[in-house]
Design a protein around this ligand. Structure first.
Ligand code: SF4
Ligand code: SF4
Length: 501
């Protein structure tokens, strides 16, 4: 790729600068670890990617703000909020799914799927998450829209900020910050609604009767939203977020990224000069150096300098450049989603290729499908009750006066249904046993009852007269629902003194 641009870039990168503190020359290509923030005034833009971003913003924010108010009927004894993280009840509700603390592995599966989806998105279309879906991007976009609404577009803001503090400027700035704080407060308020019955909590918050913790969380999230989306903006992506670094290590030459097609754009010149060059049969690029792509960029970078860690791949520079190309009568997509491979191929005069099916994309898709399939199977076949047992630690066993060996266990039965259930208990593995359930009369049928949507603990004592001649032998506790026949089992060990050989 020996174009003029590359030569220019490599010359610039090689040029050293003098560090006055250390007295040594530092290559210019080594950027400082942190640069003081310069205010960016992104200009508004219209186009396909801007429309996609608006649609994503509206959908994601609508889901976030209003989801807690959707009702879902689970019967009289269960909360009717469709999505609820119920810490006191130790449950997570998601429409028809109810997750108990013992089923935390579902969240592990979800995290794996989320990570693999992110990797897959990156392998196909670069930082598409950053540009469209990341909460930092979505809220920053919303705050920028409010800023433009109140203070005007890029030029008006820059002119006002360069001028004196007039009454109008103070009022506009004040109104902007009030609106930002209102959105931030609403954002924090929506968050706490996921942890309690939303309509009740809204009423309690309004009347000052909500728990102190709720006010604390709203205050914290109001402050962080206001700071991150209103003031820090692109700094979060550049300095705080680890994803750009991870993404750079995960990408490959086939991934689509927002790219300036310098093979088409260079050498840059004005519209008039380009036409003259073309008429003279000389090379003229399509870029007219109007800097519209830079002006609309929310991170303030120039995509013509190549891929940069600051670029969130929002595609707004594509929209800006496309409208310039349309005005000057040149083909669109001087900036577009493109891959390194295609850049090379075009320079070599070959036609571009799209290769979405690659080893890494197939691998990510297979992992997503496998984990998703396992989770779905586990969800569809999971028991509506569960049982676990823990052997007593001390004493491990007791020899009874009648010669029997007794082991004690703590059994916990979970009833996930919304009605009381009765379970019959049997044991396998220990011959000649007598089961005693503490709290039930001796000799009574080994039937236990667990209330609706509850877990209940029992002390179970197992006496054996014919125990195996080993220090430890497996014992299996079977529980069967007396109405539905559904069953579950838990395994432990029966301990006994070793018999002399
Ligand atoms: S918007 Fe297009 S034409 Fe204008 S400077 Fe950027 S790349 Fe060049
Ligand atoms: S360079 Fe283009 S794609 Fe990258 S952040 Fe700026 S506007 Fe978005």
């Amino acid at each position: 790729m020996n174009t003029d641009l590359l030569e220019r870039q490599s010359r610039a990168n090689a040029a050293p600068i003098h560090d006055t503190e250390t007295g040594s020359d530092v290559p210019e290509s080594e950027p400082p670890l942190y640069a003081a923030r310069r205010k960016i005034y992104p200009q508004s833009v219209k186009g396909t990617f801007r429309r996609i971003k608006w649609a994503v913003l509206v959908i994601t924010l609508a889901i976030y703000y209003f989801l807690p108010f959707i009702r879902w009927n689970r019967g009289p004894d269960a909360p009717d909020q469709a999505v609820l993280i119920d810490f006191p009840g130790r449950r997570f509700y998601f429409f028809f799914i109810e997750i108990w603390p013992q089923e935390i592995y579902f969240f592990t599966g979800l995290l794996i799927i989320a990570a693999m989806t992110l990797f897959l998105m990156n392998a196909v279309a670069g930082r598409v998450w950053c540009g469209y879906l990341c909460p930092q991007t979505v809220w920053t976009d919303l705050f920028l829209a409010i800023e433009r609404l109140v203070e005007g577009d890029r030029r008006a803001q820059m002119a006002a900020d360069a001028g004196p503090w007039t009454t109008q400027r103070v009022l506009r700035k004040g109104l902007k910050h009030v609106l930002w704080l209102m959105v931030a407060w609403w954002t924090g308020g929506a968050w706490v609604l996921y942890f309690a019955d939303a309509p009740t909590l809204v009423r309690d918050l309004a009347t000052g009767q909500a728990p102190l913790l709720a006010y604390g969380w709203i205050g914290t999230l109001t402050a962080t939203t206001y700071a991150l989306a209103g003031h820090m903006r692109e700094q979060v992506c550049t300095y705080m977020c680890p994803w750009p670094r991870i993404q750079a290590a995960l990408t490959d030459e086939y991934a689509l990224n927002v790219t300036y097609r310098y093979d088409r754009g260079e050498p840059r010149s004005s519209v008039k000069k380009s036409e003259q060059l073309r008429l003279a049969g000389l090379a003229a690029g399509d870029c007219i150096d109007c800097r519209q792509c830079v002006n609309v960029c929310p991170t303030g970078i120039d995509i013509r300098n190549g891929s940069q860690v600051e670029c969130i791949q929002c595609g707004l520079c594509i929209d800006a450049c496309d409208s310039v190309m349309q005005k000057i009568g040149r083909p669109p997509k001087l900036i577009g989603y493109d891959s390194e491979v295609n850049l090379e191929r075009r320079l070599a005069g070959e036609s571009p290729v799209q290769k979405i099916v690659r080893t890494r994309t197939v691998l990510y898709a297979v992992i997503i499908a496998a984990v998703g399939g396992i989770m779905l199977y586990a969800l569809l076949t999971r028991h509506a009750f569960d049982v676990s047992v823990i052997h007593d630690r001390n004493p491990i066993f007791v020899r009874m006066a009648d010669g029997a060996i007794r082991n004690g266990y703590t059994m916990r039965i979970l009833n996930k249904r919304l009605e009381p259930r009765r379970f019959a208990m049997t044991i396998d593995g220990v011959p000649g046993n007598v089961i005693e359930i503490v709290g039930l009369p001796l000799g009574a049928a080994r039937i236990v009852e667990v209330g609706p949507d509850q877990s209940r603990e029992f002390r179970v004592l197992v006496n054996s007269y014919e125990y195996a001649p080993r220090a430890s032998s497996p014992i299996v506790f079977h529980l069967t629902d007396m109405e539905s026949g559904e069953w579950a089992q838990a395994q432990d060990n029966f301990r006994a003194p070793e018999r002399p050989k």
